[in-house]
Design a protein around this ligand. Structure first.
Ligand code: NDP
Length: 411
């Protein structure tokens, strides 16, 4: 019998997921795209019909409301729910999936709107509920988290007996021509990059500990294949929380993201005047949250596609031991913003998130990644996912380096 797929969230990423599911309709069957603003779902549905000939259904939902979600999941008779709304909705959507006994997937871990902090704790705490309901939850099936976790699992399976250090490198060398804009949801993006940095390493007693840094305190220049050297800043990123549990022999893991001078200057300025605040302030008798107001002013990330040029390069730089010898590799994926737009009317950041979300859901529906409970990406066999990346628009490469070679450079 044909499957039924429910996608929640009609932003930049939701557009790519809906397109890619329609392009794999033999797996996803009847597709419904639901979001807060139904007109956004309808625009995406019209574009998909025009470009692929596939008709998807649309619906309105407030994903903060569990009863509304339950009634939508039941009426769509979904076999899987792909959550690409905002991280604030993760728990309500997971709880609705438990109530309806339907599999769940997302791309970002839960955040509470009133606290700029993200962690897996509350989602992992639902593991037993997922097992009891005999359903699966796949967490963080975007690019980072997502593909970066799968790259680590692939490195562990095929290249190393033990991985000692991992640096996750996220370079976006795209240019959208605006003085300042964010490539995905502005609120989520700015909360992430203005927070304190954190990385994990083992201390002399062999115990893993998190080391906190000031925001953007640690800068390194990494040389990205096909892009070149770029300033890269150490951030905390959620995939590290699960990778420290699942990668054998790990001694240190860090995450770096590239930012240009202009982006950082704008962000510092906005922070200095209080525009990144997430607490209510009173303005002319009305309560507003500065960060939400800023998000209203900034360009909609979904609108950047048509004007963004350049490439992304995201990968993992891993060092470790294979058969007693030191080994160093860089596994990476390069996407071109203009090619992504030509295929699905989206820029590269939404594309590189949406395609892995579709792939994770495809492997679940096909039974290739199936289990009961709540899982992170690196807990499954990476091989089928890596094969799908090559055939679904995100081809990757492995660069083998000499044991002493580094992609980190001094300019
Ligand atoms: P957008 O802001 O473009 O889209 C979010 C969508 O969710 C909007 O359509 C919005 O509706 C909808 N939404 C928000 N609140 C609700 C609600 N209460 N009920 C129903 N719908 C709601 O974000 P992106 O598409 O850029 O990002 C989507 C997700 O992908 C985020 O969780 C983000 O963190 C994640 N992400 C993950 C990455 C990865 O590599 N793992 C990278 C980039 C993003 P409306 O249109 O009405 O505002």
């Amino acid at each position: 019998m044909s499957k039924k797929t429910l996608i929640i969230g009609a932003g930049g990423v939701g557009n790519v997921v809906a397109f890619k599911c329609a392009m794999n309709a033999e797996t996803f069957g009847d597709i419904t795209l639901a979001s807060r603003t139904i007109s956004k779902c309808n625009t995406i549905s019209d574009n998909i019909l025009e470009r692929t000939g596939i008709k998807i259904m649309t619906a309105q939902v407030d994903a903060d409301s569990i009863p509304e979600l339950i009634s939508l999941i039941q009426s769509s008779a979904a076999d899987i729910v792909i959550n690409v709304a905002l991280p604030y909705q993760d728990l309500t959507i997971m709880d609705a999936c438990i109530a309806c006994q339907v599999d769940y997937l997302d791309t970002a871990n839960y955040e509470h709107p009133d606290e700029a902090k993200f962690e897996y704790k509350e989602q992992w705490a639902r593991d037993q509920h997922f097992r009891d309901a005999e359903i699966m939850g796949l967490l963080g099936s975007g690019f980072d988290p997502g593909v970066t976790n799968v790259f680590c699992a692939y490195a562990q399976k095929h290249y190393f007996d033990e991985i000692h250090t991992i640096d996750i490198l996220d370079c976006n060398a795209g240019d959208h021509g605006y003085p300042f804009a964010t490539n995905f949801n502005p609120e989520i993006n700015l909360r992430e990059v203005s927070a304190k940095g954190r990385y994990w390493q083992k201390n002399d007693a062999g115990e893993g500990e998190w080391i906190e840094t000031e925001p953007m305190e640690i800068k390194q220049v990494w040389d990205y294949p096909e892009i070149g050297p770029k300033d890269s800043y150490l951030l905390y990123h959620e995939e590290m929380e699960s990778l420290v549990k699942h990668i054998k022999g790990l001694q240190r893991i860090r995450f770096f993201m590239t930012f240009g001078e202009s982006y950082l200057t704008h962000m510092k300025c906005l922070e200095n005047v209080g525009m990144l605040g997430i607490e209510e302030v009173e303005h002319k008798g009305q309560k507003i949250i500065p960060m939400e107001f800023l998000a209203t002013l900034l360009p909609d990330p979904a609108s950047l596609g048509a004007r963004t040029k350049g490439k992304t390069n995201i990968g993992i730089f891993a060092k470790g031991i294979k058969e007693g010898k030191e080994r160093t590799i860089y596994i990476y994926q390069i996407s071109d913003h203009e090619k992504c737009y030509a295929e699905v009317l989206s820029q590269g950041v939404s594309y590189t998130t949406g395609v892995p979300a579709m792939i994770g859901a495809k492997l679940m529906l096909e039974g290739k990644w199936q289990s009961k409970g709540v899982y992170n990406m690196e807990e499954f066999d990476p091989d089928p996912f890596m094969e799908e990346l090559n055939s679904q628009g995100l081809p990757w490469k492995v660069m083998e380096l000499g044991a002493d070679e580094n992609r980190e450079v001094t300019l």
